[in-house]
Design a protein around this ligand. Structure first.
Ligand code: C2E
Ligand code: MG
Ligand code: MG
Ligand code: MG
Length: 292
């Protein structure tokens, strides 16, 4: 069923998926149907070591495979999913699909890969979120220690008791936590040591400046050593240029992801593109993703 949807989505073409002509009620209705039909899937973007290009893990990213409109990216439906509460079903569907995919990927790549998934605040504070998530991951056979949930920093301010509680529940079962989009908002260095986190994901906007501003490069260097001292691993997102990867490697940044290494891919293409543990640049970076 879902492979038919993928085929149809590809036929419907790339970059033609704007849903602008739908109002939010129609969009919510269509999204609910898509979720029921299994048309919202996980795609995977490789996370690599910038020094070697070695595959370390994958980030699962939601894709709506719309039979008429083609591939729809999350910025067109996550907000509606959050405001309507559909995000709970969406998160569960993407998590299950992601775990299924990761189990297959591990058959090709061997053990030890990380799987990261994005989680919205609305999910995190929902009653029973931690236990439901743990049960779903256990049922899939994916090891809890190799799951990372990505949350944004703003979810974790002082007022977010339930969110923190859910994260503690997950962490006590072995799941890791990443702070996503770090460096976009009011990222407070002073709070870094109190965040219940294992990874720090540097936002695209930050990565874009590391090779154009010496002060940014200095900030990156300081952030890397601070993170190191606090036991946090830094992931640089949005790496698009060789010079960025070279700088990250020379400063010892352990992890990176971005179009330079690979775009997000559907599972079958990721499996076909990466027979060994190496994800070669350029051979992978060019495939189907709709670019807006
Ligand atoms: P994110 O978590 O920060 O994910 C990274 C985004 O950057 C992805 O966009 C990815 O395709 C894009 N990206 C990767 N490499 C590059 C690069 O080199 N340059 C540029 N310019 N962009 C790059 P995508 O897939 O459109 O997702 C957008 C956002 O939607 C994600 O941002 C995430 O916050 C959210 N999202 C995606 N899937 C889910 C999901 O299953 N649940 C929830 N709650 N949110 C999701
Ligand atoms: Mg993310
Ligand atoms: Mg995110
Ligand atoms: Mg991000």
């Amino acid at each position: 069923r879902a492979d038919t949807a993928l085929y149809a989505a590809k036929l419907a073409g790339r970059g033609r998926s704007r849903l602008d002509d739908l109002d939010s009620t129609e969009l919510a209705h269509d999204l609910a149907q898509a979720l029921a039909a299994g048309d919202v899937r996980a795609w995977f973007q490789p996370v690599v070591s910038p020094a070697t290009g070695t595959l370390v893990g994958v980030e699962a990213l939601a894709r709506w495979l719309h039979p008429e409109r083609g591939l729809v990216r999350p910025d067109e439906f996550i907000t509606v999913a959050e405001t309507t509460g559909l995000i709970l079903d969406l998160g569960a569907a993407v998590l299950a699909d992601a775990c299924r995919g990761a189990v297959e990927l591990a058959r090709v790549h061997g053990p030890g890969l990380l799987l990261t998934v994005n989680v919205s605040g609305r999910e995190l504070v929902a009653e029973g979120y931690g236990d439901r998530t743990l049960a779903a991951v256990r049922a899939s056979g994916w090891p809890l220690e190799q799951l990372v949930v990505e949350v944004t920093e703003s979810l974790l301010d002082a007022s977010s008791g339930p969110a923190l509680q859910a994260l503690h529940r997950l962490r006590s079962a072995g799941v890791r936590v990443a702070i996503d989009d770090f460096g976009t908002g009011y990222s407070a260095f002073s709070r870094l040591d109190t965040l219940p986190a294992d990874y720090l994901k540097l936002d695209h906007g930050f990565t874009a400046q590391i090779t154009t501003s010496e002060r940014r490069a200095g900030l990156l260097q300081a952030l890397l050593s601070l993170s190191d001292a606090l036991g946090l691993q830094v992931v640089a997102e949005g790496v698009e240029h060789e010079e960025q990867a070279a700088l990250l490697a020379s400063l010892g940044c352990p992890l990176a992801q971005g179009y330079l290494f690979s775009r997000p891919l559907p599972l079958d293409e990721l499996l076909a593109a990466a027979p060994a543990r190496q994800v070669a640049r350029t051979t992978v970076g060019t495939v189907v993703e709709a670019v807006t």
